[in-house]
Design a protein around this ligand. Structure first.
Ligand SMILES: Cc1cc2nc3c(=O)[nH]c(=O)nc-3n(C[C@H](O)[C@H](O)[C@H](O)COP(=O)(O)OP(=O)(O)OC[C@H]3O[C@@H](n4cnc5c(N)ncnc54)[C@H](O)[C@@H]3O)c2cc1C
Length: 385
């Protein structure tokens, strides 16, 4: 019999909130064969048809945003080390530190070098917070942390949570339903999309001796504008691996050229620019006005009074009021464009043992051939003019 649960969905963002709200604990979050997190019902007969998983699913719900913003800022941490290690200007870290002082716990993402995976975790000290610094450009596993956040035992706790816009949109639905919105500060970011763990696994396997290192995905040694380096380091922070930089690095080729983004990021993202369920949206402030700032600038959109109040009262955070347009300049306003070779890339990643560099050559050739007719037509049109 069809149950009123997420088994009805053929696709989803993999945010994991359905698993956290299920009262009979029958939803596990697993990795799909394409390297994305996905919910799996472990015993459909035990489903009680409450529908809570679907009610907390930002993929399934028709969420509409009016894109309104209370205030917008350019910002950075006054602590140079924090600003250096953060992806943008370090605003996420300073906001989290301020929230901890206000009695909130923090839930964000760290990298587990043993499992070679990123995961949401919960912490309550500044020392523990450090693991959240910097973006981990792979999907994060949320199940255990989100179960803890939403558990009845945590009903009197306050949390600041940072996550992708889809994770945060589902969490908003869940905390609203639990009437615990007052206890949460939700923070998301402008999101390019998340790449497949298949790419990350191959990248690790194919690069000599970088297994089980700790990683940073951005590094500002050459400045913020040229910070797309994957850095492997040991526990003490000593650098043991440096990728060749954005244009030559295979991980970034697959991530930034969309070959291995989740299909939902390509076709079903509802969260561009100011479309957000968060209290605060962060991002890299890439626009013209800050192009000469090379230490990193965070863009901040305050979407609720609660978000604005935290931003305004956070110490050690330089703030300059800007328009939302300036803060969002350079961000994607539409879903990432699907390359012609997307399905081929997916098949090659799923079914072959080909190395990433060989897959990249094949898909680039495919894209070249697929785009050729368009190129010829536009050249012909130009000549005719
Ligand atoms: C997959 C992905 C795509 C992104 N795309 C864009 C984009 O298109 N444009 C843009 O301006 N910014 C994007 N960002 C956000 C950007 O990289 C910075 O995280 C953001 O600007 C905040 O930076 P910061 O300097 O304030 O703090 P940082 O210290 O860099 O903060 C990182 C925060 O993000 C959280 N986090 C880290 N990894 C993940 C993850 N995998 N999933 C969920 N949360 C995570 C951490 O808990 C931390 O709180 C993206 C981030 C990710 C993870």
């Amino acid at each position: 019999m069809t149950k009123n649960n997420i088994s009805k969905l053929s696709d989803c963002y993999g945010c994991g909130v359905c698993s956290a709200v299920c009262p009979v604990n029958i939803i596990d979050i697993k990795e799909s064969k394409d390297g994305f997190y996905t919910p799996v019902i472990n015993d459909n007969d035990r489903c009680i048809n409450c529908g809570l998983c679907l009610k907390s699913c930002s993929f399934d719900r028709d969420i509409r945003y009016d894109g309104s913003v209370k205030e917008a800022f350019a910002s950075w941490s006054d602590n140079q080390q924090v600003r250096y290690e953060a992806s943008s200007g370090g605003a996420a870290f300073e906001l989290a530190k301020a929230a901890l002082k206000e009695g909130y716990k923090f839930c964000g993402v760290r990298y587990d070098a043993g499992k070679q995976r990123a995961e949401h975790y919960i912490c309550s000290t500044e020392d523990e917070l450090k693991a959240s610094l910097g973006s981990k450009y792979i999907p994060s596993f949320t199940e255990y942390a989100f179960k803890e956040l939403l558990s009845p035992a945590a009903k009197n706790e306050k949390y600041m949570v940072v996550g992708t816009p889809c994770q945060i949109a589902s969490l908003r639905l869940a905390v609203k339903r639990l009437k615990r919105e007052d206890n949460f500060i939700l923070v998301d970011f402008f999101c390019h999309g998340v790449p497949s763990l298949k790419v990350w696994d191959r990248y690790l396997a194919e690069t000599p001796s970088i297994q089980h290192l700790d990683f940073r995905w951005r590094d500002k040694k050459n400045g913020w504008h040229d910070s797309w380096y994957v850095i492997g380091h040991d526990n003490s922070g000593k650098e043991l691996y440096r990728s060749p930089g954005m244009s030559k690095d295979l991980f970034y080729a697959f991530f930034l050229r969309h070959y291995a983004l989740s299909p939902c990021c390509l076709k079903s993202c509802k969260f561009k620019i100011a479309n957000s369920s968060a209290d605060i949206r962060l991002g890299d402030l890439w626009g013209d006005k800050y192009k000469d700032y090379n230490d990193g600038v965070s863009g901040i959109l305050c979407l609720t009074d609660k978000g604005l109040s935290l931003v305004r009262q956070t110490p050690h955070l330089t703030l300059t009021e800007e328009t939302p347009g300036i803060v969002a300049q350079g961000q994607m306003s539409k879903n990432a464009r699907k390359p012609a070779s997307y399905l081929l890339a997916r098949q090659l990643l799923r079914h072959t043992k080909l190395k990433l560099k060989h897959i990249k050559i094949l898909i680039e050739k495919y894209d070249f051939a697929a785009n050729l007719p368009g190129k010829i037509i536009s050249k012909t049109k130009l000549k005719k003019r």
